[in-house]
Write a protein that binds this ligand. Structure first.
Ligand code: ADP
Length: 171
C-alpha cells in the first residue's frame, strides 16, 4: 500500500523540533538528472554533514506523482507537473537524508520554489531559471517528510546507520 507511511525516523528529540535529528525526502527531478546535477546535489548534502539513508532511481507511476503533488491538484500547472515527473525521459533520483534540522536546512540548500526568488548559493539559485523546471524537490515540513518517505520508499529501503564521526557533526 503506497499510502502507508514508513515507520518514523529515529528521532533524538521531539518530531520537527529545532535541533532534532530528522529525515527528509529529497528528489532530483528529471530535468536535474538530464542536466547532470546528481553528483552536485549529493555533494551539497554530504558536505553539510547529512547522511544518505535511502536512494533509488525511479520513473514514478502516474498515481505516485499525483499523490506526491496531491495538494496542488487544483492548480493549472498540475497536469504538466505530473507528466514532467512521469515522462521517463529521465528517472527521478529519490533520496532520504537524515540529520539535525535536515528538513529546514534541506529547504535552504535547495532554495525557493521560484528560481527568481532562490538565493545564489542555493541549488535552484545556482542552476535553474524556471519554476516549472526547478530540478529538485525537498519536503517542506515534518508531516510532509513522513508522508513522502512513506510514498516513495518501502521501510526496508531506508537504512539505519551511524556516522563513525557523528560526535564531530551533531554535538
Ligand atoms: P516546492 O517544490 O518548493 O515545495 P510547491 O510545493 O509550491 O513548491 O510546488 C511544487 C512544484 O510544482 C514546484 O517545485 C514546481 O516544480 C511546480 N510548480 C510550482 N509552481 C509552479 C508554476 N507556477 N508553474 C509551473 N510549475 C510550478
Amino acid at each position: 500500500d503506497a499510502k502507508k507511511p514508513a515507520p518514523e525516523a529515529p528521532l533524538k528529540t521531539a518530531a520537527g523540533v529545532k535541533g532534532g535529528v530528522e529525515r527528509t525526502f529529497i528528489a532530483i527531478k528529471p530535468d536535474g538528472v538530464q542536466r547532470g546535477m546528481i553528483s552536485e546535489v549529493i555533494h551539497r548534502f554530504e558536505r553539510k554533514g547529512y547522511k544518505l539513508v535511502a536512494i533509488k532511481a525511479i520513473v514514478p507511476p502516474k498515481a505516485l506523482a499525483e499523490e506526491h503533488y496531491g495538494d496542488l491538484k487544483a492548480r493549472p500547472f498540475y497536469p504538466g507537473l505530473v507528466s514532467y515527473m512521469t515522462s521517463g525521459k529521465a528517472p527521478v533520483i529519490a533520496m532520504v537524508w537524515e540529520g539535525v534540522d535536515v528538513i529546514r536546512q534541506g529547504r535552504r540548500i535547495i532554495g525557493a520554489t521560484n528560481p527568481l526568488d532562490a538565493e545564489p548559493g542555493s541549488i535552484r539559485g545556482d542552476y535553474t531559471i524556471s519554476v516549472g523546471r526547478n530540478a529538485i524537490h525537498g519536503s517542506d515540513s515534518f508531516e510532509s517528510a513522513t508522508i513522502e518517505i512513506g510514498l516513495w520508499f518501502k521501510p526496508e529501503e531506508v537504512y539505519n546507520w551511524q556516522f563513525a564521526h557523528a560526535e564531530w557533526i551533531e554535538s
